[in-house]
Write a protein that binds this ligand. Sequence first.
Ligand SMILES: C[S@@+](CC[C@H](N)C(=O)[O-])C[C@H]1O[C@@H](n2cnc3c(N)ncnc32)[C@H](O)[C@@H]1O
Length: 403
Amino acid sequence: MRLHRNLVFATVDALSNIFNEGEYADKVIEKTLKRDKRWGSRDRSFIAETTYDIVRWKRLYTEIAEVKAPYSRENLFRLFAVWATLRGIEIPDWKQIEPTPTRRIKGRFDELSKIRKFRESVPDWMDEMGVEELGEETWEKEIHALNQQAPVVLRANTLKTTRENLQKELAKEAIESEFIEGYPDALQLKERANVFRTEAFKNGLFEMQDASSQLVAKFLQVEPGMRVVDTCAGAGGKSLHLAAQMENKGQLIATDIYANKLKELKRRARRAGAHNIEPRVIDNNKVIKKLFGSADRVLIDAPCSGLGVLSRNPDAKWKLQPEFINTIKMTQAEILTQYSKMVKPGGKMVYATCSVLPSENQQQVEKFLASEYGESFKLSEDKKILSSKTGYDGFYMALLEKE
Ligand SMILES: C[S@@+](CC[C@H](N)C(=O)[O-])C[C@H]1O[C@@H](n2cnc3c(N)ncnc32)[C@H](O)[C@@H]1O
């Protein structure tokens, strides 16, 4: 592979924004890719994938390169040189990159790879927490799986198409995909591609949604005509799937505390042809109270640590703090208590997270069931999805029934 100066420089600029300015990797990459209209799809994927790789392996690479934050440009080029050396890519003779000690880099890599927190590039506290929550053996496999690049998975929008038809439409635009067994609406791309530029996307034939996440709406067992509340709807990934499951019939109330997320949901719903979604911002208690005892189905796709989605969001390893996880657990418990009151007798509720930590998942459900508010619920089934077992995001979902 020949390295192109402007692509490497763009990558180094992106890393500076992420590491030194604390900006979110996905936003920085999106902005960086707009910088030069002449970049083709290979150039764009070089920038995106190299940046994500260096973010993912930040701890390992900074140890190998012996650099510390805040990172000067010279040090960012050193990190880049580590990335290239470990991939066997020849480093050009540019003045920005000092002569690279290839043997030393490989030697340090071998030495550091013996220690999990360096090999898997995680902060000490996260490694300790992972072991405490999942046990040494499971954590080891899980963090390894969460450090792999996530596959691109789409969900066929059954309001407009079938996945067979979607596969054909994408093939017309030179995008090859395959079905995934056990995930009835999912298509996985054979090669990464910018699917957002396709006609199929513009026409609302699909959403990008990980395979594990696609199990949540089905788990809630919604039917056309029901009254369903998606309590933590965000930008609507699950709401759109629920609307499709409901065949646009019945009422789907989508709530969130952030109006801007619901605005994005509305935009996506329009494209998807999902007409039965009613977004409602939770700006006071009344919004929730009005819904008490009224819903056939309630989805709580709770805010969480996001530890199950590190493959697609590797900078969370450096942004997350243990204090945040403690706070979010309190929010999860409050949300379970409050929002469970919306379920009517005989109704069902799903509590879900994109975390692999039992303390955010089954332990939250156990505590809820043992509480005064959880007394009238019983657990029908739960799924603990590990990325190391499925190759998709880590997820948890529990189906609870109200007597
Ligand atoms: C895991 S995300 C939801 C993702 C979304 N359901 C989807 O499928 O795209 C959790 C959401 O909960 C929202 N949230 C946080 N605290 C909340 C609360 N107290 N009540 C309702 N929503 C809340 C966040 O704004 C965020 O959008």
